[in-house]
Every structure is written in structure tokens, then in C-alpha cells.
Design a protein around this ligand. Structure first.
Ligand code: HXC
Length: 259
């Protein structure tokens, strides 16, 4: 259990990765490292069936710790910068469905953490953006890449070049967030969605791999990956359960064992 990042798992198998560094969850090197460790822990725990990442009721994360960055030289950042990206790779590659529950600010590295999740649920008071350019630097944890892949390069250019942040409503319009709700409800809504995925079949992991890894491949290779994973889904107990349940009880009634 880290000093600034904790993991708790509820009885439904939903893990909450909680960022907790007052006042704004500024991401110093220790937070990045603990976030990577939290992701590895969730990925290797068979009892974790879905993940919510949450910065608390007021703020998701206002980005990298600017006071720490101000003291960081080129050679230090060259040595450590890739490690920051690696933490988000761990998060992104989790086999479970991951939902970011965003209140307040998700700026810079905070927005980049949210971009590594499968879904972003935002509070109506949320503000998202990549303000790095205003500091004389560029996004360094996926903000020029995952953002462009998600919302398109043109909208990403507007955000990254200007450093302007967008409201939750604007973010929803551009596809940057998936749902908008009140700040009081956003964590519970994310948990409710995560619980639904936690009850899903083992094949959810295969669907996630097919979509995420396939997006990096040319169409032929991606279709071959899909084919292999499709066939692999037949090896699961849940496939037997799902099809038998349909035949005997109709659609949507299967109770899966995640095996
Ligand atoms: C360190 C920060 C911080 C940050 C806020 N604080 N953001 N400290 N790093 N990123 C501190 C403030 O200095 C202040 O400390 C306290 O938190 C509260 O902030 P205020 O500015 O007083 O609050 P408010 O007026 O409500 O404004 C909140 C804010 C603003 C909009 C979030 O603070 C802001 O613009 N922060 C910077 C956001 C940013 O540029 N993020 C991108 C960072 S670069 P004191 O001690 O005065 O109370 C990045 C690169 C990622 O993320 C690269 C990854 C590899």
C-alpha cells in the first residue's frame, strides 16, 4: 500500500485505485511509481474483476508536480520520463475493465491517467486539458498520442497547442469523456458500471485485448488476432455457461464464473 496511492477491493471484486496527495493530487515521481505498482497489483490479483481509478470527491489530479519538475534537468527527465509512461502502460494493459471517475481537475498528467482507462466518467464540475504548453513543455505521458487517437488529431491539436481546458460537457461532446453526472454521484456511477463488468464473462478480457491491441495493428493482423481470441473464448467455462443459459432461459440471464 503506497503513501499516496492505495488499492481497496470490494466484495464484488471491484478495485478502487485511489490517488491521495492533498491538495490537488500533484503527481510527483513517487505517485507515478505507486500508481504503476497499484496497476501491477490489480493485474495480478485474480479477485479483481474491474477497476475504478478515483482522485477523491474534489479533484482527480492537477497534473505532474510542477515544483518537482522545476528542479528536474534534461538528463534526469531523460532517465526517468519513460518510467512515468510505463506506469500508465501498466494501467492501460490491465486485463480488467478500468473506469476513471473524474471530479474537478484532470489536467496534464491527470488527464493522461484518465486517458489510459477504458472509460471516463466525469462530474459536471470537471475540467480536462493538457496545459503543459503553458509551462513551456509538452505532454509526456500519452497526451499527444492517446488523446489524438481518442478524439482525433485536430481536436487534440487544439487542446495541446492552446493548453485550454474543457468542461465535462465539452469533453463529452468531443468523445473525451463517456458520461457526465453530478460530483456527488460520479464515483458511485463508476462503481455501478464496474460491478456490471465484474459480473461479466472471462471473454471481456479477450474483447479488451482484441480492441486495444487490434487498434495498433494493420487490419489483416488485427482480424487474425480477433480470430484467435474468438476461438480462445470457446475454451472458457463462461462460453458454455452463456450459450447453455441462452438456450434454456433466454438472453442475458447467464451467471458467469469468470473462468
Ligand atoms: C504542484 C500544484 C499543481 C501542480 C496546483 N498546485 N497544481 N503544485 N503541481 N500541478 C498547488 C498550487 O501551487 C497551490 O499550492 C495548491 O496546489 C492549490 O492550487 P491553486 O492554484 O491555489 O488552486 P486553484 O486556484 O483552485 O487552481 C487549481 C488549478 C491550478 C487550476 C489546478 O492550480 C493549476 O492550473 N495547476 C497547474 C495545472 C497544470 O499545469 N498541470 C500540468 C502539469 S504538467 P499552495 O502551496 O500555493 O497552496 C504535466 C506533465 C505530465 O502534468 C508529464 C508526465 C510524464
Amino acid at each position: 500500500m503506497g503513501e499516496f496511492v492505495t488499492v481497496s477491493v470490494d466484495e464484488d471484486g471491484v478495485a478502487t485505485i485511489r490517488l491521495d496527495r492533498a491538495p490537488v493530487n500533484a503527481l510527483n515521481r513517487q505517485v507515478w511509481a505507486e500508481l504503476g505498482e497499484a496497476a501491477v497489483r490489480c493485474g495480478s490479483d485474480d479477485d479483481v474483476r474491474a477497476v475504478v481509478i478515483w482522485g477523491g470527491p474534489k479533484v482527480f489530479a492537477a497534473g505532474a508536480d510542477i515544483k518537482e519538475m522545476a528542479e528536474t534537468s534534461f538528463t534526469e527527465m531523460y532517465a526517468h520520463g519513460a518510467g512515468l509512461q510505463e506506469s500508465l502502460r501498466e494501467l492501460e494493459r490491465l486485463p480488467q475493465v478500468v473506469i476513471a471517475a473524474i471530479t474537478g481537475y484532470a489536467l496534464g498528467g491527470g488527464c493522461e491517467i484518465a486517458l489510459a482507462a477504458d472509460f471516463r466518467f466525469a462530474a459536471d464540475d470537471a475540467k480536462l486539458g493538457q496545459p503543459e504548453i503553458l509551462l513551456g513543455i509538452i505532454p509526456g505521458a500519452g497526451g499527444t498520442q492517446r488523446l489524438a487517437r481518442l478524439v482525433g488529431i485536430q481536436k487534440a491539436k487544439h487542446l495541446v497547442y492552446s493548453g485550454d481546458s474543457v468542461t465535462a460537457g465539452e469533453a463529452a461532446e468531443m468523445g473525451l469523456v463517456d458520461t457526465v453526472t453530478t460530483a456527488d454521484d460520479v464515483y458511485e456511477e463508476a462503481m455501478a458500471a464496474a460491478r456490471r463488468y465484474a459480473r461479466g464473462p472471462y471473454a471481456l478480457r479477450m474483447a479488451k485485448r482484441a480492441l486495444d491491441e487490434g487498434a495498433e495493428l494493420d487490419l489483416d493482423a488485427a482480424l487474425r488476432l480477433e480470430s484467435t481470441l474468438f476461438a480462445a473464448s470457446f475454451a472458457t467455462e463462461d462460453a458454455r455457461t452463456g450459450m447453455r443459459s441462452f438456450i434454456e432461459e433466454g438472453p442475458g440471464r447467464a451467471r458467469f464464473s469468470q473462468r
